[in-house]
Design a protein around this ligand. Structure first.
Ligand code: F0G
Length: 456
């Protein structure tokens, strides 16, 4: 088989500014060992996130020029609405400025004290919005999803037995929603199978619990279904996507991922009365229902991106590029989440740095080491992001200590990725010299964004 090439040519470029290890040392300590506090011009390869960092296509830029900025009834909205209706089969479409705004609106309405929202794994902002409403977020990931080094085709699946037991235990009346994250970002970008989605639907219907999809990476998930699930090899991506959404009552989406947009999001659903409540909140928080938190030009870019992302040549290249990096790391003995996820490569920092215990944040220590060695910015998905304190103030660590290298869509070429592999392998060879960290300052919620740390 020949090399799978980037299915695009580059028309416009952005410079990368180079710096030295010595300079990065000062930058890292000045940023308190927190990658979110590093200025982006000081980063060589930015794998902090795949969110809002995509390269837009010439078609999307052309769409931007056609954006109609009318306050009410813009044709850009109707294009956006129709595209989402066609893709999801959901008639009611509510634009928001990004995914978390959709979450905030949804959970302000259905959340609240004493309620539980069930998921495979909630993303951090989703969990925060649930908790902010007073409700509790519950992750019921399948068993194989808990072990980074053991490959399985659908490690993002919900444990359906645990789901049914949880519903029986807490009572369906206390569970206003089950939301499946596709792909499962916080659990390694792993896909959810159609069979699992169908089974969750069956259980939710039996107990009269609405089911939503967190659809940020719906096309990547659909491509994995095509590759790995029996009966889908000959189906087109739009067909798979349509089936996948057909099981859901609604969805939230951040258009900053699988819509190649730099900003945007939406809620879509079938339930008229819920949509009415959402739109009432939308008007006071985001904007009028035909633009939400967005400009007309953003609505155009999203509508075009949502169709572009379902192109199979693109998806083949996309999934291959994360697999390419993952395989290079596996060959060098670096412990990574297996198999490769859709949008990112996840290093298992517990196994990479066994000498650093969870309360010294091995993931964050590795993030620092990768920046120092090669100017690569990554993010910890471990006890800094998800750790909690118990009643005695002792850290309850996260299930896994991962470092995520998220690949922005259509932005980096194969030589960038080769460089990333070289840097990680170099850091792996001197892993014993890496030191743990201590938190010196942290906020009450979403602490990983702004916490300050120092080296031990
Ligand atoms: N759900 C998932 C699964 C996500 O990955 C994100 C964002 C959101 C919801 C929230 O969307 O950022 O538009 O408000 N994930 C980004 C990331 C930030 O880096 O993974 P948003």
């Amino acid at each position: 088989m020949k090399t799978i090439i980037e299915p695009f040519r580059i028309k416009s470029v952005e410079p990368i500014y180079f710096n030295t290890v010595e300079e990065r040392k000062a930058i890292l300590s000045g940023a308190f060992y927190n990658p979110f506090l590093i200025h982006s011009k000081d980063v060589l390869i930015d794998l902090l996130t795949d969110s809002g960092t995509s390269a837009m296509s010439s078609n999307q830029w052309a769409g931007i020029m056609q954006g109609d900025e009318s306050y009410a009834g813009s044709p850009s909205f109707f294009r956006f609405e129709k595209t989402i209706q066609d893709i999801t089969g959901m008639p009611l479409v509510i634009p928001t400025h990004q995914g978390r705004a959709a979450e905030k609106i949804l959970f302000s309405i259905i959340g609240g004290k004493g309620k539980y929202i069930i998921s495979n794994t909630l993303f951090d902002t989703t969990r925060a919005n649930i908790e902010f409403s007073g409700a509790e977020g519950v992750d019921l990931i399948c068993e194989e999803g808990k072990y980074p080094s053991i490959p399985a085709p659908f490690k993002g699946n919900i444990d359906t037995e645990a789901l049914e037991n949880f519903i029986k235990d807490k009572g369906a009346e206390n569970i206003p929603l089950c939301i499946i994250t596709i792909t499962n970002n916080s659990g390694g970008g792993q896909p959810v199978s159609m069979q699992n989605i169908r089974e969750v639907r069956r259980i939710c219907t039996a107990y009269n619990i609405p089911m939503f999809i967190d659809a940020c990476r719906f096309a990547e998930n659909a491509y994995f279904i095509k590759l790995r699930e029996e009966g889908y090899a000959n189906k087109s991506i739009p067909e798979i996507v349509r089936e996948l959404f057909s099981y859901a009552d609604g969805c939230t989406m951040s258009a900053k991922k699988d819509a190649f947009a730099n900003i945007g999001g939406f809620l879509a659903m079938h339930d008229e009365s819920l949509a009415l409540k959402c739109r009432n909140l939308l008007v006071i928080t985001e904007g009028f229902p035909t633009y939400g938190g967005l400009a007309g030009r953003d609505l155009e870019a999203i509508a075009i991106g949502l169709v572009e992302v379902m192109d199979e040549y693109y998806l083949q290249y996309r999934i291959r590029s994360t697999e390419y990096l993952t395989n290079k790391l596996i060959a060098a003995g670096v412990p990574v989440m297996q198999p490769a996820g859709g949008h990112a490569v996840y290093i298992d920092s517990k196994a990479f740095l066994p000498h650093i215990p969870p309360h010294q944040y091995p993931g964050q220590a590795l993030v620092g080491a990768l920046y120092l060695e090669g100017g690569i910015r990554s993010v910890e998905i471990g006890s800094l992001m998800f750790g909690k304190y118990d009643a005695d103030g002792i850290l309850v660590p996260a299930q896994m200590e991962l470092v995520r290298l998220a690949i922005p869509r259509r932005v980096y070429t194969q030589s960038h990725i080769d460089y990333v592999a070289e840097v990680i392998i170099e850091v792996f060879e001197k892993r014993n010299t890496i030191k743990g960290l201590r938190i010196t300052e942290e906020p009450a919620m979403l602490r990983h964004f702004t916490a300050k740390l120092e080296q031990l």
